[in-house]
Design a protein around this ligand. Structure first.
Ligand code: HSE
Length: 307
């Protein structure tokens, strides 16, 4: 017997919420089928598509499940068939979706009865295998769905942010070759020390975004989707972003931010947004920067599903 779990793509950070805020979207999803191979030793065998590492400790799904089996002292070997739907290396939570689906499938397969916050703990260790540091934001969104805030990491606590406003999401995805070790490099660009004034400004942005989503105030959301620290430090990795943001806001988008570690850009929009004009102008900006962009219109997704 086997269990299949499906987890959606996600956009982490949402401006100033580096490693805190994230949302799941229906744009793409991964599916992981888990089955028991034997009960003799502890191991994880991976089958996946080309371009994704198959060694357990270098694969986000494999590393996540192995950490779970080790932590719980379980002697079992499982096979994970990872069906990738989320393109990798573009800031769309690809490794997080695989890790989230994998730990959920194994939780169900072995009847472990773990809570979703426990699954975040293991899935984020899978992220660590890929990016060098285990960040919880993408996996929290893929596991819980909607918009989430990771409000504590030890122990893991995830709060789901109530969204009382109608909006759609537009992903602007550069058609570029995924850079090897991109998230790792992007994390190296983030400064270890920041100015107090920048930290205060970022705390204002996060407050504004959360209150805007809860109250449905468009201006608070627009204001909240900004960042003085991480997006700025990483701008060399996505030079098209400042101008894409400018033209999107001129087309009356609700707000704009980098999706995760980029280079994709996430736009919140609604019926007041000139979406055709926005795409047209953003397309020109991408081309000026030497690449084409794909535009994916999507919406918030729910959490992980057992098929
Ligand atoms: N919060 C993480 C980062 C997300 O920005 O590095 C990576 O997908």
């Amino acid at each position: 017997s086997s269990v299949v779990a499906r987890a959606y793509s996600s956009s982490a950070n949402l401006g100033a919420g580096f490693d805190i805020l994230s949302l799941a979207h229906k744009a793409y999803h991964d599916e992981v089928e888990a089955e028991i191979v034997n009960n003799e030793g502890r191991g994880v065998l991976i089958e996946t598509s080309d371009g994704i590492p198959k060694e357990t400790h270098r694969n986000s799904a494999g590393a996540a499940v192995l950490s779970m089996l080790e932590d719980l002292g379980l002697k079992v070997t499982v096979r994970l068939k990872v069906k990738k739907g989320v393109p990798f290396g573009l800031g769309l939570g690809s490794s997080g979706a695989s890790a989230s689906a994998a730990v959920s499938a194994v939780n169900e397969l072995l009847g472990l009865g773990l809570r979703r916050e426990d699954l975040v703990k293991y899935a984020m260790l899978g992220e660590g295998a890929v990016s060098g540091s285990p960040h919880p934001d993408n996996v929290a969104a893929s596991l819980f769905g909607g918009v989430v805030a990771v409000v504590s990491t030890s122990p893991i606590r995830v709060a789901q942010i109530p969204v009382r406003v109608a909006f759609n999401l537009l992903l602007i995805i550069p058609r570029v070759k995924p850079m090897e070790g991109k998230t790792r490099k992007a994390r190296e660009l983030v400064p270890n020390r920041v100015n107090l004034s920048d930290a205060v400004q970022n705390a204002r942005f996060i407050s504004s975004l959360i209150l805007g989503l809860e109250s449905g105030n468009r201006e608070l959301i627009r204001l909240g989707l900004n960042d003085e620290i991480v997006e700025k430090a990483r701008t060399p990795m996505y030079p098209h972003y400042p101008e894409v943001k400018k033209v999107a806001l001129e087309s009356d988008a609700i707000g704009v931010c980098v999706s995760g570690a980029g280079p994709s850009v996430l736009v919140f929009y609604d019926k007041y947004t000139d979406i055709m004009g926005l795409k047209d102008r953003a397309d020109n900006v991408c081309k000026k920067n030497g690449f084409a962009c794909d535009f994916i219109e999507t919406e918030l997704a729910g959490g992980v599903q057992i098929e």
